[in-house]
Design a protein around this ligand. Structure first.
Ligand SMILES: Nc1nc2c([nH]c(=O)n2[C@H]2C[C@H](O)[C@@H](COP(=O)(O)OP(=O)(O)OP(=O)(O)O)O2)c(=O)[nH]1
Length: 144
């Protein structure tokens, strides 16, 4: 089966990461994810990311760099992650579609929300990629 990419945005602002709580489907509702969605045929992941953030959050965003790695979702989907930021003058994110709550998390707050299980290794990689992992361990060994 051909792999299909779901792009997740590590949307960063002022050193915080945006997390979004899914409102649907039922099996994912209440868990937190990186906003984003499926890359459509003929679309680049970066373009899909910008489109999804506009549709889901009402923001004007731009993709930064890819966070190395990919994580399996329900077949045939795999999660790939890009950093992203809001363009100057963008509206603030709002949960317009698929989500019922958004939170900007400081590095010390990242593990305060119940991420989708399949997102946990991706979020860990985002933190490592950004050099933010020290002191934010999920096992509570760090200061913060
Ligand atoms: N956006 C996003 N989706 C994720 C993550 N982790 C994860 O398992 N998923 C799953 C949830 C969905 O089954 C699928 C993405 O679909 P979606 O519903 O967000 O994307 P979409 O807007 O393109 O979907 P569609 O309505 O066109 O079908 O991947 C994540 O971190 N971000």
């Amino acid at each position: 089966m051909t792999e299909r990419i779901v792009v997740g945005a590590a949307l960063l602002d002022g050193g915080c990461l945006l997390a979004a709580r899914r409102s649907a489907p039922a099996e994912l509702a209440g868990r937190w994810e990186l906003p984003g969605g499926k890359v459509e045929p003929g679309e680049t992941p970066e373009a899909a990311l910008v489109r999804e953030l506009r549709e889901e959050l009402g923001v004007a965003a731009e993709a930064g760099g890819r966070v190395p790695g990919q994580w399996p979702l329900r077949a045939p989907f795999v999660l790939q992650v890009w950093t992203a930021r809001l363009r100057p003058g963008s509206a603030a994110p709002a949960p317009l579609e698929d989500h019922d709550e958004l939170r900007w998390l400081t590095p010390g707050q990242i593990w305060d929300v119940p991420w989708l299980d399949q997102d946990v290794p991706a979020v860990e990689r985002v933190l490592a990629h950004l050099g933010l992992e020290a002191g934010t361990g999920r096992n509570g060994t760090g200061p913060g």
